[in-house]
Design a protein around this ligand. Structure first.
Ligand code: UTP
Length: 307
């Protein structure tokens, strides 16, 4: 019923308007988080979950992305000559990480449109989609769990996080079978899963079917391509992946349905300024080299601004 997943698609063609003017000349996915661009964390996560064939859907500033995952012979030669092996290893790590392919989206007509562009590369297999601006603190653990759930159920799988009701209208939101609970889980898939019955993109608080928001990780059955071809522009005039997922969820018999995996670790939506800053601070505190100096300074600083 399920197929083995080998490919990851990373859409990185959005206009990143919330970060202007920083994103005038570089994609938001290339903004640095501590010592790496956000998208490198995402590629590392895909590789950790066993997916090393990566297709990036790129937009107008694609060269910076391509250069980042390519070799830069002059830098390598210079570091080698200086004997700076640690820096050299870090530079090479980005290059040797995965087998990265690139495809232009053309017009940024929405996330659903970006995913549809992957059809030819992916073919008739299930595949993963990782949003290039979403960082999971747990690395590849979420994606590995989603692959397990896909293998057990044959369904498409989305990652969910419980969000503050005040924030719900920024997300795609899941409706689920009220007779089931996350603790019971979907039969065969175990706890932390729910059977999704429908999805709504950016609902008003009073229309939100739950407070489970879809976050930037998906495992999709290839039937999604046929559905996306028929999907008309939705919220914001964009072709929404959520609208295609709604069709998959509503047609469990023919299209396999959609199961949600609830993620409870930290996640950073680096496409949003506040979360981007939190990502840098939290990941720097976790860093064994920066943390010991940053932590005490941060406490002092926090005390200085406390009322
Ligand atoms: P966002 O809605 O967060 O990206 O899309 P955006 O449109 O660039 O953001 P703002 O609001 O203008 O700041 C979520 C993900 O989908 C990709 C983005 O690059 C991001 O990773 N995306 C979005 C595409 O690849 N193509 C699109 O047409 C839209």
């Amino acid at each position: 019923m399920s197929s083995r997943i080998t490919k990851a698609v990373i859409p990185a063609a959005g206009l990143g308007t919330r970060f202007l003017p920083a994103t005038k000349a570089i994609p938001k996915e290339m903004l640095p988080v501590v010592d790496r661009p956000a998208i490198q964390y995402v590629v590392e996560e895909a590789v950790e979950a066993g997916l090393s064939d990566v297709l990036m859907i790129t937009g107008r500033n694609k060269t910076t992305l391509e250069n980042h995952f390519d070799r830069v012979a002059e830098i390598e030669a210079l570091l080698e000559a200086r004997g700076e092996t640690e820096k050299l290893d870090r530079v090479r790590a980005a290059t040797n990480l995965a087998d990265v392919h690139y495809l232009r989206q053309g017009d940024p007509l929405g996330l659903g449109h970006a995913v549809l562009r992957a059809h030819q590369h992916v073919g008739d297999e299930a595949f993963a989609v990782l949003l290039g601006d979403d960082i999971m603190a747990g690395g590849g653990s979420l994606l590995s769990r989603m692959i397990e759930v896909h293998e057990a159920t044959g369904a498409s799988v989305v990652a969910l996080q419980e969000v503050d009701p005040a924030m719900i209208s920024s997300y795609g939101v899941a409706a689920y079978d009220a007779s089931s609970s996350v603790e019971d889980g979907v039969p065969g898939a175990g706890p932390d899963t729910i059977q999704i019955t429908g999805l709504v993109e950016k609902p008003a608080l009073e229309d939100a079917p739950s407070n489970y928001a879809v976050i930037g990780r998906y495992l999709l059955r290839p039937e999604v391509f046929g559905v996306l071809e028929q999907t008309k522009p939705g919220a914001g005039g964009e072709i929404q992946l959520t609208d295609a997922l709604q069709v998959l969820a509503a047609n469990r018999e023919e299209l396999g349905g959609v199961v949600g995996v609830v993620y409870r670790e930290r996640r950073f939506d680096t496409g949003n300024k506040l979360d981007y800053i939190k990502a840098i601070v939290e990941l720097a505190v976790d860093d064994p080299k920066l943390g010991p100096a940053l932590g005490p300074w941060l406490k002092q600083f926090a005390a200085s601004i406390a009322e």
